[in-house]
Design a protein around this ligand. Structure first.
Ligand code: FES
Length: 361
């Protein structure tokens, strides 16, 4: 059966293909044969009733709605699952990578906010809350950009960007986190046709916010939250009054200590170049060793462990002996040695770094 309404001039595709009003029958009538015929048809081709705007039949509208609702539900399930998994991976990173807390507290706090955000949005997505559609995509974009953008902060931690990128992207959990955030964005984009359809629903409970303004508002709100967390994490707390290493300088300008003040097995700490922590050690044979104490893994500061006479890194557990050699990984490179000169009065001066590691940029 043909559709009853035909619009425009010479529009014939909706005409009946057979029967008294078919195009074939109109053209093949004896009087019409051999003539060029232009059809001007407005309204009902059969009854001549005036044209009406197209409309979906109730069953068509219902099925389009059901398709959109079902499709949107699937997208929300996928998004919610990925957001929840992302929050679990974030918790894993926070719990297992001490360098986040010891080296980059602001990143750690930022990640905590992202974890909470992903968890809450994930739960709401799984519960089919339509109001979290745009915030979920915004969270995915934000999480991906902020996490991937971490590599740019490498110089802040005395590393080059390529070195830090190698470390960061070499972490399976970090890559999974990025993949999940990207997956949330992709799922959200795939759900656009359904969201667009549902954004036109009259019922509030079925309507989805699908506006650029809604997205910008959600992204700005979440970015503000993460920014606040990073700001709080950047606040430098005063160092505890006791139990910390003290950095010394010698009595003569430029010197870091005097040999007569040094004791075997008790390091003296100094900065060289400015801002880079080092340890000066007097060996049992009276010789001196000076080492950078920035771990060659990802530049956390090592502490001297007197009982084992080793430098211990609290971030991932690397150890170096008193000559700077790696005795336990994950660090793979020895600590850089600081070259020294001693004047006639026993004053010790640093003069250079003999094997700069990844932490001196
Ligand atoms: S920074 Fe990772 S072991 Fe030192």
């Amino acid at each position: 059966m043909a559709a009853p309404y035909v619009y425009g001039c010479g529009v014939v595709s909706s005409l009946p293909r057979a029967g008294p009003f078919s195009l074939v029958s109109l053209i093949s009538r004896p009087g019409n044969r051999g003539k060029t015929t232009t059809l001007h048809i407005h309204g009902d081709a059969v009854t001549g009733a005036p044209a009406k705007p197209p409309s979906q039949s109730p069953s068509q509208g219902g099925s389009a709605k059901n398709t959109a609702v079902r499709g949107f539900r699937r997208i929300q399930l996928a998004t919610g699952g990925m957001l929840l998994l992302s929050s679990v991976v974030g918790v894993y990173l926070l719990a297992t990578d001490a360098s986040l807390w010891l080296l980059a507290v602001s990143h750690a706090v930022g990640l905590v906010i992202i974890v909470v955000m992903d968890f809450v949005l994930g739960i709401y997505s799984l519960a089919s809350s339509k109001s979290v559609y745009l915030p979920s995509i915004a969270a995915g974009v934000l999480g991906f950009v902020l996490q991937a953008g971490d590599v740019l902060t490498a110089p802040q931690y005395n590393m080059t960007i390529p070195y830090f990128a190698r470390y960061l992207f070499g972490l399976g959990a970090f890559d999974l986190l990025l993949a999940l955030q990207a997956g949330v964005v992709v799922a959200g984009v795939l759900g656009r046709p359904h969201a667009r359809y549902l954004s036109r629903r009259k019922s509030r409970s079925q309507r989805v916010d699908y506006t650029r303004r809604g997205f910008i508002r959600a992204a700005a709100g979440l970015a503000g939250l993460v920014g606040l967390g990073v700001l709080v994490g950047s606040v430098k707390l005063p160092a505890p009054a006791s139990g910390t290493k003290t950095t010394t300088t010698g009595s003569v300008q430029g010197s870091v200590a005097n040999v007569k003040d040094l004791q075997v097995g008790t390091p003296v700490y100094f900065e060289y170049p400015s801002g880079y922590p080092n340890a000066l050690i007097k060996n049992s044979d009276g010789s001196l060793t000076a080492l950078s104490i920035l771990c060659t893994h990802v530049c956390c500061e090592c502490s001297f462990d007197a009982p084992s006479s080793t430098f211990y890194c609290p971030c991932h557990g690397s150890r170096f002996d008193s000559t700077g050699r790696v005795v336990r990984g994950p660090a793979a490179t020895d600590l850089p040695a600081i070259q020294l000169s001693v004047d006639g009065a026993g004053n010790v001066f640093p003069t250079g770094v003999s094997n700069p590691g990844p932490c001196q940029v």
